[in-house]
Design a protein around this ligand. Sequence first.
Ligand code: SF4
Length: 419
Amino acid sequence: MTRRRALACGAAAFAGASLRCSGSWMDSLLHLGDSEAPAEVFKGGAPSEEVWALWSGRSWVKEASHYLKLGANVQCKVCPNNCILEPGDRSHCRNRVNRGGTLYTMVYGNPCTFHVDPVEKKPLFHFYPGTRAFSLATSGCVFRCLNCQNWEISQKMPEETKDPSGPEFRLRPPLPSSLTYEDIARVSLFPDDVVAVSKALGCPSVAYTYSEPTAFYEYTYDTCRLAREGGLKNIVVSCGSIEERPLLDLAQFVDAAHVDLKGFDDETYRRLNSGKLEPILRTLKTYNQMGVWFEVINLIVPTYTDNLESIKRMCGWLVDNLGPDRPLHFSRFHPEHKLDHLPVTPIDILVRARDAARSAGLRYVYLGNVREVADAGTTYCPNCRRPVIERDVYSVTSFQLDAGRCRFCGTPVAGVWTA
Ligand code: SF4
């Protein structure tokens, strides 16, 4: 046990610890005892009084859920980083601060980006194909992926992506015909607004995506709950690094998830993502046990995650623990962020990974970011092997299912096809 962790346990046990979530603080302490050392945080990184006043004035701050009070310190229990914050500190994910012994999120109702996307772009290939999802993100992330495609928002503080000056601008119907970057920087989009805007735009789903919904957990949770009440579907696109209790709370409102399984050993997770493998595997099993539809993506990064033996072990684990019907998307790496010196993933490695996954028993295996392979996005019937869904990137070009069954032989194809 590290000195820091010992202090955390001791402080919690003897200084009247309390936990802002369902369940007892004793459970949480037991869990803390099993965890690694908390992640590094931004010491003294909380915003100035002036900035806080502006942020509060917009209602963009909210007391966090799932945290421990450790005297004047707090410990977040949303993700396995388990940040411990002294007063005035900012969290590893950049979105949470300790003010006066209370943990606050700073990204409530203030997404830094939102779009209407085809559900195939998440990617989800077996969930209401051809429909659209109102997709949003705030700043911040629980990981530090060297290859992050969205580092310009995921590795930023809320104050670097939003501007609370000027008149308040709350986005809700009737919608303006266009928005400027300045509008988006100051926009408020609270959970009930998200539901109303999604409906106004004809989107049957809301997707929490682009950066990391775990880092904007409270906003995600409240919006998921209202979206479910409003008859919309919720799609969570996540790295999967989340503690079990917040996941269980959230998953009851999740209709579909896309989980990044970024590699299959701890060393790679540590070097490439600053994360750990075990929590991701636990998240996959939890979604599976809860009956939430989800698909798995694995980005093949040259020299990091392109080892075929490791890919085979990963596929074997997926079949053994989640069954053969779980879709797996291998995605092609393009030079990004801190790995812009690496080449794109060679096509033959992607094809060999797909062959290995099929040999392991997975029935639905796809290649993403690949135009060179004609059937990269094709779904085949697991029985007669005919193509039942064909796609051109994010567009469905042929659909041969009737009520989720192959139109040629009647075999069910796993997925969520009709309301
Ligand atoms: S969600 Fe953010 S504040 Fe909470 S433990 Fe994870 S990184 Fe730390």
